[in-house]
Design a protein around this ligand. Structure first.
Ligand code: IFM
Length: 446
């Protein structure tokens, strides 16, 4: 672990992130409807050890304790997500007052603790009723999303200045609809791409509804620097295809108002599901681009019969997290300067909306959680971020994934990403060494 962190601007926003299904539990309380994740986790074979988010961190009841942890940590921002099925149990129509009340109380308590709320409207928990009519394959879901954004903002906009529409539409498209690793568990491979378009359209329509209410709008994209595995033209072409699918497909329409050349993916230039006016709606102005960064991606030529125009061999020779993800801090400055070079003046200011790592943490006999690997990870990535900012990339904030250990989707409770350890049997919270390290670093900044 290295010495003191470099200096960040005085108004730089420090924060931590969570998501509703991963922490709240209380899945049948106060009129919450069923989401695709309730269905998926209760279907055998989908999640390690059959675990579900039914209780998760019980944050729905323990939020005062969690806000106290945030306040004591000294961060100025908290990114959480709103569960659509708490607000509209069936995905449309009038809001469920008790669902709105929960987030209303949360927002008031955050503000009282001096923490600015940054809600995400969609972090993958689509109301099951909407999935039953096609989910994000159905264009109408984009319109339902804008309606949900409006009713939610109408309740909270007097206290919540900035909103994130979608979390990681790339991951939801590929894991949820192409590969079936996440809910709703569809295995459509590249036929899943209409769901990407409909999510982006939903973003654009919701962005307009939020802006009409005087609010700032962001989206949180999972982005990765892409490296061909070798000089072979087949590897280079595969890397272009992967970059198109992971990065450009989800960022070009937002910032440039057009799709990238989809020929790299073997797809037609004018997909029938893109209607006149859609791209203008998607390119509604963004106040900031949220970037979720975890690691770069190495890409090699396709496997014959693999169904995709690339393969993803491991990155060798670097440490890995408990999840097996490569730890490459330089990937963050490469990503950020690459975005600046690719989009130029079209790139809005950036906020890092997620960065963090999974560690096999345990509470030692003396009550401490010695997560040195996480401290090293965060230290290295903050230095990389500082380098990108020194190179001229405008970055306004950095949010760590995550405040708490939580339900890590298909991995259940097996991956711990938190600054705070959660004992799921007792719901006891134990701040880890990384929490104390960050608290001291933020305290030193005053
Ligand atoms: O836990 C997830 C989060 O929900 C979205 N971004 C990546 C995190 C770690 O996998």
């Amino acid at each position: 672990m290295s010495s003191a962190l470099p200096e960040f601007p005085a108004d730089f926003r420090w924060g931590v992130s969570t998501a509703a299904y991963q922490i709240e539990g209380a899945v049948t309380e106060d009129g919450r409807g069923r989401s695709v994740w309730d269905t998926f986790t209760h279907t055998p074979g989908h999640v390690r050890d059959g675990q579900t988010g039914d209780t998760a961190c019980d944050h729905y009841h323990r939020w005062p304790e969690d806000i106290a942890l945030l306040a004591d940590l000294g961060v100025g921002g908290y990114r959480f997500s709103i569960a659509w099925p708490r607000i509209q149990p069936d995905g449309s129509g009038p809001a469920n007052p008790k669902g709105l009340d929960f987030y209303d109380r949360l927002v008031d308590a955050l503000l009282a603790a001096g923490v600015t709320p940054l809600p995400t409207l969609f972090h993958w928990d689509l109301p099951q009723a909407l999935e039953d009519t096609g989910g994000w394959l159905n264009r109408d879901t984009a319109h339902r999303f804008a309606e949900y954004a409006a009713v939610t903002a109408d309740r909270l906009s007097d206290r919540v200045p900035a909103w994130i529409t979608l979390n990681e539409p790339f991951v939801h498209t590929v894991y949820g609809y192409a590969l079936g690793i996440h809910a709703p568990g569809r295995t459509l491979m590249l036929d899943a791409l209409p769901t990407a378009h409909h999510q982006l359209l939903g973003h654009g329509l919701a962005a307009t509804a939020l802006r009409d209410r005087g609010l700032e709008v962001m989206i949180a994209n999972n982005l990765t620097p892409v490296h061909p595995a070798g000089d072979d033209p087949a590897d280079v072409a595969a890397a272009t295809a992967y970059d198109t699918l992971h990065n450009r497909l989800f960022t070009d329409p937002l910032l440039l108002g057009r799709y990238p050349d989809l020929a790299a993916l073997g797809l037609p230039a004018d997909p029938p599901y893109v209607h006149d006016g859609d791209l203008a709606a998607i390119a509604a102005p963004l106040d900031a681009l949220g970037v979720n960064y975890y690691h770069p991606t190495r890409v090699a030529a396709a496997d014959p019969g693999g169904g995709l125009p690339f393969t993803l061999p491991p990155i060798e020779g670097v440490p890995t997290t408990a999840f097996g993800w490569p730890v490459v801090p330089e990937g963050l400055d490469e990503l950020l300067t690459g975005l600046r070079d690719r989009y130029g003046a079209a790139l809005p200011p950036i906020t890092i909306t997620e960065n963090g790592c999974s560690v096999a943490d345990t509470v030692d006999g003396d009550g401490r959680v010695r997560d040195t690997a996480r401290i090293d990870y965060l230290d290295g990535h903050l230095r990389a971020l500082h380098r990108a900012m020194a190179a001229g990339v405008e970055v306004r904030g950095y949010f760590i994934w995550s405040l708490l250990d939580n339900f890590e989707w298909a991995e259940g409770y097996h991956q711990r990403f938190g600054l705070v350890h959660v004992d799921y049997a007792t719901q006891r919270r134990t701040p880890k060494d990384s929490y104390h390290w960050l608290r001291a670093a933020l305290g030193r900044r005053g």
